[in-house]
Design a protein around this ligand. Sequence first.
Ligand SMILES: C[S@@+](CC[C@H](N)C(=O)[O-])C[C@H]1O[C@@H](n2cnc3c(N)ncnc32)[C@H](O)[C@@H]1O
Length: 409
Amino acid sequence: METLCPRGFSLVIEGLARFCAPDESLYRRPNGVYEPSLAPVFYNPEMVENRDVTMVTLKTFLVSWSKEFTFLDPMAATGVRGIRFILEVAKGSSKSVNVYMGDISPTAVELMKHNLKISNASSLSNVYVQISLMDANEYMYYLKRLGITLNYIDIDPFGAPLYYIHAALQSICNGGMLGITATDVAVLEGKYPNTLLRRYSVKGLKSLISKEVAVRSLLSFAMRSAAAYDKYIKPLLSYHIKHYVRVFVKVFTGATKASVYLNKCIGKMQHCLNCGFSYFEELNNAAKEAKCPLCGESMIVIGPLWICDLIDYEYVKKTLNIVSEMPWLSKSSINLLTMLSNTNTSVPTIRLTYIAKRLKLNVPPRDIVIECIRSYEYDATLSMYYHDGINTNAPADIIVQCVSKDHRF
Ligand SMILES: C[S@@+](CC[C@H](N)C(=O)[O-])C[C@H]1O[C@@H](n2cnc3c(N)ncnc32)[C@H](O)[C@@H]1O
């Protein structure tokens, strides 16, 4: 089996794909941990949920297109994502499917070609594959210039994705989907406010719900960029997991709707660094010196952020309905989808640890607080980002009552 791969590479199985990836034992940090960026071609097994969720999302998405579907991964590295798409989504479909994969690294492109052959992904009658050695932006503009309708583009660079978002927004078809990964999470989370402002035009700093801010900052950038081309985005799934942010958005054309989405979904967040309470405000109505309704401290303003839902719940339900057809998906990926389907993302997360600390109480169990809030007929769900987090539309006084209630027993 090992001879299938060039020297320094070994055979890996992920999903239904069997392909060559760098031999992990050769590319370790001094502490012994595999470091994908040291390898001649990038492959990170830690990103399996990222690719799993891409597959199930695309399997759901493919159904909505009539005859032909075109997939582009312009930063494909080993080609694993495209190969999995062919074997797990395109295979057996009645649609004619075109798969374009590229990379700026000649070594990656050679490996991708090799992997395509050994995985038997190039011999399906309904699938056309093209592999190119090209810069990602150049590839997207090139395919657009050829008049090729791109239904899905995957943006998965090292670090910040913003350098590729404009080309992707311009070359994706009306109703098409972008999958965007960002690993510059420290920036998106507000740890480096100046870089956040320079890169994403978001003014902020590290907050108590920085993981959520990271997702909303990326979506905000995507929406504001789309609007420049009279386009708008609708998030299907957006989340922060491990060391990255991943968003899947549909992109539509329409100047009027782009303005509607800008006005409705781009806003600011008032955030209390003391107790973590937050709320969204429209861009034009953000109060300059708001006091926290929960603890009375001064609030900070972060924005512009995406303040609408992060999830299309109907869509996630559809993906969960088909996971049983894909038994090779990892348990963690299915757990992630389940979690996404159960979280209310129309309101910011609050964290019980900080609220309880402010009230000088022990941290109450989340379930009890949620039950209490629901008893007042407000919505409350577990946060997907923090073990002590919940998402609720309840006002501050109800939250205080429910956090305190547990301690009266
Ligand atoms: C994070 S890896 C992609 C991993 C891959 N999508 C996967 O799921 O395994 C980023 C890849 O982008 C390539 N790359 C970096 N800059 C690029 C550019 N400007 N144009 C095209 N590819 C680029 C790198 O060579 C690398 O293979």
